[in-house]
Design a protein around this ligand. Structure first.
Ligand SMILES: C[S@@+](CC[C@H](N)C(=O)[O-])C[C@H]1O[C@@H](n2cnc3c(N)ncnc32)[C@H](O)[C@@H]1O
Ligand code: SF4
Length: 451
């Protein structure tokens, strides 16, 4: 059987499995866990352990058709300003709850488009966070930047507030592909944005690309990759286009008949990956690339790569505090997600309570499976000895499943008493293999395809 047919027979094109940015995944969260658990867990944090902070800005001036992020379009700044006021209220509530002396080791602003904020709002927001959770000396501050929605003054404001990493959205540079996803973004504007970010002292710059978009061909993607390489990013995220129009209604504008077919899509991912590794970037996890001296590549090499809602990270803070609509906090006991809809989030905060609306309390079994899945997603290797050291006898719960994976995936995996390792030829199946260890199968949820 040809390799591609073998991958197909193992579900590469048919399986609909999560991307495992958390385990359990957000669709399994329950409304029975909310603000009460959130408040209790935040109050009990150890102030000696720095936390990470994620702040969500759910606004964009344009709404790209392909995008599945939680955001809404606005042509004016008034809803943004009012939302900023709510974030300030949320932070004031947190101030009354968090233990004194807690510090922030990481902060990430995502969206939507955080760079919709004008400079004065950037300063206001950064100040509000700092007042409640002061940063550590070596705090990393990263921001998602839409190159068409930023200027030098905004970059200067972010840099003055300590931004030292940035992630820019590119997706694809081809004009036909851009037109078909409702996102025009000339190369010159992107280049100017990169130059401004570098001049502002950004030392780690990530570029987001997407394969599997309408009208994308090998030649067009090859051209996009060449242009991306001209920008010398330190990291590249190469996401498979998730076509989920039942979740993201704006994707109904995507011309489905122009989407690459299964095998062509798989070939696009391989083509871009080969170009990036040929250019000297190291492949990281299922969809990232990084310069060997970048923190992400160093974390991967030393076994410290982790996966959270932002994707792959070299973040070692165990606690993540999510602020804003839809943000998810990872707390010592489990996960709590703020009300996903902006209006519902605002309503809760204005009523004087935290906005946690759904969540999950982790059992010992969840913690074991979460770490096993994270190991597969980050290292392609489930380290059985490390799980035994961390979880004791409980680790044996996975033995039967490991054996079944060995039988099902044959020589695409190697099973020993030490580890379950995914061979390079089997890595396209990583999400499917990880899903074998998922004990929570949500009802009525459809994920995007696994390839
Ligand atoms: C919050 S958005 C980007 C930030 C900024 N608003 C921009 O447009 O440049 C984060 C990234 O998610 C990825 N993304 C969004 N929708 C996607 C989808 N349907 N499938 C795959 N990746 C997607 C894109 O690469 C995008 O750059
Ligand atoms: S890709 Fe960025 S700018 Fe476009 S809709 Fe999504 S979040 Fe907004």
């Amino acid at each position: 059987m040809k390799h591609i047919d073998r991958l197909r027979s193992l579900g590469l094109f048919d399986s609909r499995v999560p991307r495992y940015t958390s385990y359990p995944t957000a669709p399994v969260f329950s409304p029975e866990v909310g603000a009460t658990e959130q408040t209790r867990a935040l109050a009990a944090l150890d102030p000696a352990q720095p936390v990470s902070v994620y702040l969500h800005i759910p606004f964009c001036e344009r709404l790209c058709w392909f995008c599945a992020c939680r955001t809404q379009g606005t042509k004016t700044l008034s809803p943004v300003e009012s939302y900023l006021g709510t974030l300030e209220q949320e932070l004031a509530l947190l101030k009354g709850i968090l233990p004194k002396g807690l510090r922030m080791g990481r902060m990430h602003w995502g969206g939507g488009t955080p760079t919709i904020l004008p400079p004065e709002m950037i300063h206001r927001l950064a100040q509000a966070v700092r007042d409640v959770i002061p940063p550590t000396e070596d705090c990393e501050f990263s921001v998602e930047i839409d190159p068409t929605m930023v200027d030098r003054a905004k970059i200067a404001a972010l840099a003055a507030e300590g931004m030292n990493r940035a992630s820019i959205g590119i997706q694809d540079f081809d004009p036909l592909v851009q037109a078909s996803i409702g996102r025009e973004q000339p190369f010159d504007i992107t280049r100017a944005c990169v130059d401004d970010l570098r001049a502002a002292g950004i030392r780690s710059l990530n570029a987001d690309l997407v394969y599997g978009l309408p009208h994308q061909t090998a030649a067009r993607l090859d051209d996009t990759v060449s242009r991306v390489l001209e920008l010398s990013p330190d990291r590249v995220a190469l996401f498979g286009y998730a076509h989920v129009p039942w979740v993201s209604k704006r994707q109904k504008l995507i011309p489905e008949d122009a989407l690459p077919a299964e095998q062509a899509r798989h070939a696009l991912a391989n083509l871009a990956a080969a170009r990036f590794t040929d250019a000297g970037l190291t492949a990281i996890g299922i969809d990232h690339f990084a310069r060997p001296d970048d923190g992400l590549a160093r974390a991967a090499a030393s076994g410290h790569l982790r996966r959270n809602f932002q994707g792959y990270v070299d973040d070692t803070c165990p606690t993540l505090i999510g602020l804003g609509a839809s943000s998810i906090s990872r707390l010592p006991d489990g996960y709590v997600q703020n009300a996903p809809a902006t209006a519902a989030y605002i309503q809760r905060i204005e009523a004087g309570q935290l906005a946690g609306a759904r969540g999950h309390v982790m059992t010992g079994d969840d913690l074991l499976r979460a770490r096993a899945i994270e190991m597969l997603m980050c290292d392609f290797r489930l380290d059985r000895n490390a799980l035994r050291a961390a979880f004791g006898a409980l680790a044996a719960t996975l033995d039967a499943q490991i054996a079944l994976v060995g039988e099902r995936f044959g020589d695409l995996v190697a099973v020993t008493d030490e580890a379950l390792t995914i061979a390079p030829e089997g890595r396209a199946l990583t999400r499917i293999i990880a899903s074998a260890f998922d004990a929570h199968v949500p009802e009525g949820i459809r994920y995007s395809q696994a390839s």
